[in-house]
Design a protein around this ligand. Structure first.
Ligand code: F6R
Length: 357
């Protein structure tokens, strides 16, 4: 029988967003298998990759770029807009990612990619993009439908990972993937609705964040896209203001904003996402900055990614930090009495743009 705490959780999380986070390791496993044929059908060994996507469909590209790191053999550009970058040509693979398949920015880049002679492929659950890919005969990874796009991250990121590993600019295989999922799965296990509060890091953090604005800072390495994921999940799931920024750049400007009046600072909660592979000078900057800012903020916490070195360890650090943010955002929504799933204003804006065409 479900505990009282779990029942209370689901009475607010009506769309069961927490279950989607719990399912993420399963989505990743399934997508890894399903993506084999997709990855072999894609144009081989490009010198550049453009990943087109918006919102929840764009994050997979960002975290792939972070995972590939600086030693990657190929440039990865994430395009969150209406136009392809000028460099995109016949040596470029354009991967168009839209969960619904109906996002106008991505549909525009799909067409532009074909017109410019780029290698084009798509990742979608269907929609117009799925239909156009079929018509054009380009490789398409059709993922299971029926989810909120941001809840489909496992399905949208993993085909990119599989393709990148086939192209040889990340190192990943089934065994490393499995071991990379271990930390995220253990975290999920301890953070289920109704789990013991003392072991539920996500719920404890959500309680501390109540009434605050999270400012999420990370280095410009493995966790840069993850900081953005945290921000977007607080925005969409928790219906909370949230902002992110990265080191070392923020130490040259934003850090001064902490000299604002106290009544503004006391609502800010500093979340510092730290990774052991951040550049040593970035680590030093993060440590120093945290000490300076902690006394000024309305709350602060350092979050250290957990996992070893090597591909499995890096994946583990990436995924477990993402999962912690996802879970926290859902629990924060419930603390605010808001169902995490509906995204009324995003849909209203899309509707207005559609109706004006
Ligand atoms: C919704 C979400 C949004 C969408 C975005 C693009 O869960 O996260 O940010 O991802 O509006 O739509 P899709 O993903 O269908 O291309």
């Amino acid at each position: 029988m479900a505990s009282e705490a779990a029942e209370r959780h689901y009475s607010i999380d009506v769309g069961r967003m927490i279950d989607r986070v719990i399912e993420m390791p399963g989505h990743i496993r399934q997508a890894w298998e399903d993506a084999e044929a997709f990855s072999t059908s894609m144009p081989a060994s490009p010198s550049r990759i453009v990943i087109s996507g918006m919102g929840g469909s764009s994050i997979g590209g960002s975290i792939l770029r972070d995972f590939a790191g600086r030693g990657r053999a190929c440039d990865i550009h994430i395009e969150r807009g209406y136009d392809l970058p000028s460099f995109a040509g016949t040596d470029t693979n354009v991967v168009c990612v839209s969960y619904s398949g109906n996002t106008e920015e991505v549909l525009g880049l799909f067409k532009e990619g074909l017109d410019r002679g780029c290698g084009v492929s798509v990742i979608t659950s269907g929609g117009q993009l799925g239909a156009e890919a079929e018509r054009a005969g380009v490789p398409a990874m059709i993922v299971p439908g029926g989810l909120a796009p941001r809840a489909a991250l496992g399905y949208l990121f993993t085909p990119l990972l599989r393709a990148a590993s086939r192209w040889g600019f990340v190192s990943m295989d089934t065994e490393s993937l499995e071991s990379g999922l271990g930390e995220a799965s253990a975290l999920i296990e301890s953070c289920m609705p109704g789990a013991d509060l003392a072991g539920n890091r996500a719920l404890m953090l959500a309680k501390r964040l109540y009434g605050k604005i999270p400012l999420i800072y990370s280095g410009n390495g493995l966790l840069a896209g993850t900081a953005y994921r945290w921000k977007c999940q607080f925005n969409e799931n928790s219906k909370s203001m949230a902002f992110c920024n990265i080191f070392p750049e923020l130490g040259h400007n934003e850090v001064m904003a902490w000299e604002c009046p106290e009544r503004m600072r006391e609502d800010l909660f500093l979340l510092m996402l730290c990774d052991g592979e951040d550049h040593p000078r970035v680590q030093k900057r993060m440590y120093t900055t945290y000490s300076l800012l902690e006394p000024l903020a309305g709350g602060a916490m350092r979050i250290e990614s957990t996992g070893q070195d090597g591909p499995a360890g890096r994946l583990s650090r990436l995924l477990s930090t993402i999962v912690l943010g996802d879970l926290t955002s859902v629990y924060l929504a419930v603390e605010y009495g808001r169902d995490p799933t509906p995204i009324g204003k995003i849909e209203e804006i899309k509707e207005v743009l559609r109706s004006e065409d």
